[in-house]
Design a protein around this ligand. Structure first.
Ligand code: UGA
Length: 451
């Protein structure tokens, strides 16, 4: 069955669309499935519902080559696929830290009874450890020839296509040599390109994703904790990160101090990981991740406090320009967006915050209709007393103090992503503040007063 494999991809979020289009570009015949008919029509028309560089081209190439199409029909998917990829979302449950697995369970429950020939169902969604074992039992009960494997995805938004076509590692959580062979066939091209293939159990494969995201979040919160110390003691976290990162045992990646992590993955994944460990009686092992989360959220409050300070201690009616709504540049994703949280906090403190983002305004308006938005950068900056750089889009990092200085009412800027060179701003008369860099006088006073 490994010759001319036909694949279905269940779910058409970030992961599903990227996986479907990538597999089609590797020469496989792919049928994507989503229960949302509008989304399916949109995808079949070659229109990408998300902002992801290079993905629309890949989608259109797959459609034009006749190797990719989308459906809402589970019977069609069951009849079509030799390999079925589960790519549905696992968001945080409202009111709980746990992952909401209803989409994963829903798609297996819909597919399993329709399967009537040997096939491999491959989970790619991020799930709590133990989920795959239960799904495997459900599947084999419904169709004895249907087998489950777990194959977590490590793609990043903004570089999803490259991460999918040329991953650094492929994790194959399997229970048979047959499943391993099918996954080797699926990923033959990336494997030939040098990707590491790691065969392991279902549980280790599930844990691999949770552990990887927990490590990345910990690294970011570590440097942000150092930023807090720098702010208190008078250090500069950018220099500190450079010094730490030069040690090859530490490495420079994910040591960019600032407003911290957001998005649809790291925040909810580490919370779900802690919740699962607690369910398993191993809560103490991951208790530190609660602190990682707390450090991350404190950066948002600190940024708002800095604005308050720069505005002279009263934010009532103060016009503030908020640059950024997406959780990171290159994306229109505003899930758990640190930038929108800061805008919300400032609005709550009485400021007149106006948000601009080059890609995420529509999504931001939808999830935070109470905030004010401007369709252009100049519109958001007009008359501002404080400018906040919260998402490091190239359009913002290329800003010059002279150009912006002609639009704002007061020259105050907070670089919450440590993305600007302070010198030209300070030379042009701006009060430049960044997270992790103390205002010298205050820090010196604290050091002098300390025992
Ligand atoms: C993350 C992981 O990096 C992927 O490996 C994983 O597959 C994905 O989650 C997922 O679980 O699906 P992503 O959420 O796209 O990918 O974004 P990242 O590039 O990891 O950035 C996450 C956040 O951390 C962003 O808000 C970014 O601004 C922030 N960040 C990143 C920092 O604050 N400092 C850094 O040094 C790096």
């Amino acid at each position: 069955m490994t010759d001319g494999l036909r694949m279905t991809v269940l779910g058409s979020g970030y992961l599903g669309i990227t996986h479907a289009a990538s597999m089609a570009s590797l020469g496989f015949e792919v049928l994507g499935l989503d229960t949302d008919a509008g989304r399916v029509d949109q995808l079949n028309a070659g229109r990408l519902p998300i902002h992801e560089p290079g993905l629309e081209e890949l989608l259109c190439a797959g459609l034009e080559a006749g190797r990719l199409r989308f459906t809402t029909s589970y019977p069609e998917a069951a009849a079509f696929g030799d390999v079925h990829f589960i790519c549905t979302g696992t968001p945080q449950q409202p009111g709980s830290d746990r992952a909401d697995l209803s989409q994963v369970h829903g798609c297996v429950a819909a597919l399993a009874p329709l399967l009537d020939r040997p096939c491999l169902v491959v989970g790619k969604s991020t799930v709590p450890v133990g989920t795959a074992r239960r799904l495997a039992a459900e599947l084999s009960q419904a169709c004895p020839g249907a087998e489950l494997a777990w194959n977590p995805e490590f793609l990043r938004e903004g570089s999803a296509v490259a991460d999918t076509l040329a991953p650094d590692r492929i994790v194959a959580g399997v229970t048979s040599g047959r499943a391993e062979q099918i996954l080797r066939q699926v990923y033959a091209r990336p494997l030939a390109g040098g990707a590491v293939f790691i065969v392991t159990s279902l549980e280790t494969a599930e844990l691999a994703k949770a552990a990887a995201n927990a490590f990345l979040a910990t690294k970011i919160s570590f440097i942000n904790a150092m930023a807090e110390i720098c702010e208190t003691a008078g250090g500069d976290v950018r220099d500190l990160a450079q010094i730490l990162g030069a040690d090859p045992r530490i490495g420079p990646a994910f040591l960019r101090a600032g407003l911290g992590y957001g998005g649809g993955c790291l925040p909810k994944d580490i919370r779900a990981f802690v919740a699962r460990a607690e369910e398993l009686g191993a809560g103490a092992s991951l208790a530190f991740l609660r602190e990682v989360d707390a450090i991350n959220l404190r950066r948002r409050a600190r940024t708002a406090d800095l604005v308050h300070e720069l505005a002279g201690g009263n934010l009532a009616g103060v016009p503030v320009c908020v640059l950024g709504a997406a959780f990171k540049p290159g994306s229109d994703d505003v899930r758990d967006s640190p930038a929108l949280d800061v805008a919300q906090i400032l609005t709550g403190m009485g400021a007149r915050a106006t948000v601009y983002d080059p890609a995420a305004l529509d999504n931001a308006r939808r999830v935070r209709p109470g905030l004010s938005y401007a369709p252009t950068l100049a519109g958001a900056a007009q008359g501002a007393h404080v400018v906040l750089l919260l998402t490091e889009w190239p359009e913002f990092t290329a800003l010059t103090p002279g150009r912006l200085g002609g639009i704002v009412a007061r020259r105050n800027i907070i670089d919450a992503r440590n993305a600007l060179d302070p010198a030209p701003w300070q030379e042009a008369g701006w009060e430049y503040r960044a997270l992790g860099v103390a205002a010298d006088a205050a820090a010196r006073a604290r050091l002098d007063a300390s025992p």
